[in-house]
Design a binder for this molecule. Structure first.
Ligand code: FAD
Length: 496
């Protein structure tokens, strides 16, 4: 391979001269320097709006041929819902993956149904498309306005993960453009190392341009249930019972309610017990409560006698049963309703200093005692999710980093900061709180791993990957040796 040296000034010209179906934009680039986290802004040189996979391949191949001297990098931007600039490329090229979503989706019915989609497609569109055939993906995220490539680069965890595994456990095949500009099809059988590397690979080994995703018959309706606990040990015991039981719910999550004032026993007068949404606003009278969230799929002609039986095995605070029936779409798309409300109040585009942790089951009590009993006693600045998943549903060949136990909990502190506030809802205060939580986990040797991790030093990345670091580095050398891809993850640096 002979590299072609090119001065930085000539680069826009050389990009403009590439034979593409789509185009580069060198002016409208500011949106590519933002994300949901709203804390990091790195301006790219250009945004590529590809109209075909070969546009992406041609661009990356060109940059690969420029060699290490050009410093140009490429970040795929799915829906830009990263938290810390992961989909940004400082003075590099951001690929607007949504332009590719014009490529048609194909749903295959039959014994093992699947859908073939563009990597830039949003999950909400995948849902609408597959429902036309009475089918749907098996594993979800809580929010559907995320791209297929974006969540497969992380894992895609939600209340179905205990049974089906995360989204990366439900993919049959990928089409990937590597850091050398090669278009490669990969699966368990073909180019398996690249396939597993890309899944949970933080965008480091290739840009996912297509994915074949496993489907199942979609239910029409969902019984959506929330019940409350005042005792953490009982709450997690019931959660673990449900994720291990053979007959169980289709979706199992949970969240923490910290210090909502009001009268615990008055809730019936102010809340509609039929509506699970109301459980979130439950007045906890200054106490910390734990809400178990469940869903059971059903079709209108079926009467599910299982639910009563399943609920009778649980030890929630009696009289705190919130249950309703909603359509499957309404249930899966539930966070979008909150988004619309928050947007109308100007509270969606605020800084989001989120912290997502994977906590080993054996340490969840130590974790809760310190975090909910000491660090976060007064208030929380957003939802705190907490639910267990079975590691047996995760494929250990993927790049995702997990705790060393068969069951682990996702604990997600989904905080929003109020701009310019110096109070408890200010960015600095929340970041400080996050740091206290992380420091505690490290000092107490809880074996916690971060989900959607963000580190800025190689030492920290090495510690994050642990024994898997060598494999990760080898894969980088094999598929993106110049470190062109996903520079915003700050794992590798493009250099001579
Ligand atoms: P982007 O922010 O665009 O990209 C993320 C990373 O992936 C970047 O490094 C980017 O370069 C890379 N990338 C993007 N597209 C591709 C591609 N096609 N090929 C290769 N690399 C690519 N996660 C969960 O697991 N479960 C949840 O329930 C969940 N809920 C969320 C709710 C909200 C409101 C938000 C904001 C995030 C949530 N997340 C959840 C996190 C989410 O999965 C990740 O932030 C994900 O990366 C966002 O997808 P995106 O398309 O916006 O990715």
């Amino acid at each position: 391979m002979r590299y072609q040296p090119l001065s930085f000034l000539n680069i826009p010209y050389s990009l403009k001269s590439l034979p593409l179906n789509g185009h580069f934009d060198f002016d409208e680039i500011h949106h590519a320097a933002s994300d949901f986290g709203n804390r990091y802004q790195f301006l790219p040189l250009a945004v590529l709006h590809p109209k075909s996979v070969s546009d992406i391949a041609t661009t990356i191949r060109h940059i690969w041929q420029l060699g290490p001297g050009s410093e140009l990098t490429v970040a795929a931007r799915g829906h830009g819902h990263s938290l810390q600039g992961q989909a940004q490329a400082h003075r590099g090229i951001v690929v607007n993956m949504k332009s590719l979503s014009g490529l048609k989706m194909h749903t295959y019915t039959g014994k093992h149904p699947y859908v073939d989609v563009s990597g830039g497609e949003l999950w909400i569109n995948v849902l609408h498309e597959t429902l036309k055939y009475g089918l749907a993906p098996k594993s979800w995220t809580d929010y559907l306005y995320l791209s297929v490539g974006g969540t497969l680069s992380n894992a895609g965890i939600s209340g179905q993960s205990f049974r089906h595994g995360p989204q990366i456990s439900n993919v049959h095949q990928l089409e990937v453009v590597t850091g050398k500009g090669e278009v490669v099809n990969c699966s368990e059988k073909k180019n398996a190392d690249l396939f597993y590397g890309v899944l949970g690979g933080l965008g480091q080994f290739g840009i996912i341009t297509r994915a074949i995703i496993s489907l199942e018959p979609a239910p029409k309706m969902v019984k959506w249930i929330r019940v409350l606990y005042s005792d953490f040990a009982t709450f997690v015991r019931d959660q673990e019972h449900l994720i291990s039981a053979e007959k169980t719910f289709d979706y199992i999550e949970g969240f923490v309610i910290i210090n909502k004032t009001g009268l615990l026993n008055n809730w019936r007068s102010s809340f509609n017990p039929q509506d699970p949404v109301q459980a979130r606003q439950f007045e906890s009278d200054g106490r910390t409560l734990f809400c178990l969230e469940l869903a059971k799929n059903f079709n209108p002609d079926e009467i599910d006698i299982e639910i009563e039986n399943l609920l009778s095995q649980l030890s929630f605070v009696s009289s705190t049963l919130f249950m309703s029936e909603v359509s499957y779409i309404e249930f899966l798309d539930r966070v979008h309703a909150s988004e619309i409300k928050l947007r109308s109040k100007g509270l969606w585009e605020v800084p989001h200093p989120w912290l997502n942790l994977l906590v080993p089951r054996s340490k969840i009590h130590d974790f809760a005692l310190e975090v909910f009993g000491n660090i976060l006693t007064d208030t929380s600045n957003g939802n705190i999710l907490i639910y267990p998943v079975n590691k047996s549903r995760w494929d250990k060949r993927t790049s995702v980093v997990l705790p060393d136990e068969d069951i682990f909990y996702l604990v997600a502190f989904l905080s929003s900061a109020i701009p310019f506030s110096t109070g408890t809802d200010g960015l600095e205060r929340i970041l400080n709180q996050n740091k206290r939580i992380i420091d505690f986990c490290e000092e107490a040797h809880l074996g916690v791993k971060q989900y959607l991790p963000h580190y800025t030093t190689e030492e920290k990345w090495k510690a994050h990957f642990g024994k898997d670091w060598e494999v990760f580095v080898q894969r980088k050398l094999a598929y993106d040796p110049l470190a062109i891809l996903a520079p915003g993850q700050k794992i590798f640096q493009k250099s001579d």
